[in-house]
Design a protein. Structure first.
Ligand code: IDP
Ligand code: MG
Length: 136
């Protein structure tokens, strides 16, 4: 059965800083994602804390939120069949050293924290994350 889904993608500060926005967007298009919405923003630390609230008990939470709010990011709504899982596959493992060849994190990621991209991990979280950035 086909299911057209939307998921939230973020190009993180390390990738924006290295001018990888267009290259990463091309990867999404090449993999049959439609970029429905897109904006370049910079988060306040408090906003990053809200976005990553699920990780608030993790030892890396503070660094993670400082990092996501450290520079401009690009947030996008991607649409495709099975977009949530497809994007997770395209991104690769959280730790770039463990990500498979051809994945975005293998190609562009620097380290487990500077891993270039975020993608929603479930359809439910995709809806929550899309609302977080694009609810008007
Ligand atoms: P994901 O981005 O692959 O979904 P999550 O477990 O949801 O991975 O973690 C969110 C983000 O937190 C990761 O993308 C990564 O940047 C950071 N992170 C995850 N685990 C660690 C860690 O052990 N040390 C430092 N940063 C981490
Ligand atoms: Mg996650």
């Amino acid at each position: 059965m086909s299911s057209l889904e939307q998921t939230l993608s973020i190009i993180k500060p390390d990738a924006v800083e290295r001018n990888l926005i267009e290259e990463i967007k091309q990867e999404f298009k090449k993999n049959n994602f439609t970029i429905l919405k897109e904006k370049k923003i910079k988060l306040e630390k408090q906003e990053a804390e809200k976005f990553y609230k699920v990780h608030q008990t993790k030892p890396f939470y503070n660094d993670l939120c400082s990092y996501l709010s450290s520079g401009p990011i690009v947030v996008m709504v991607l649409e495709s069949e099975n977009a949530v899982l497809k994007n997770r596959e395209l991104m690769g493992a959280t730790d770039p050293t463990k990500a498979e060849e051809g994945t975005l994190r293998k190609k562009f990621g620097i380290s487990i924290d500077k891993n270039s991209v975020h993608g929603s991990d479930s359809l439910e979280n995709a809806r929550i994350e899309i609302d977080f950035f694009f609810k008007d």
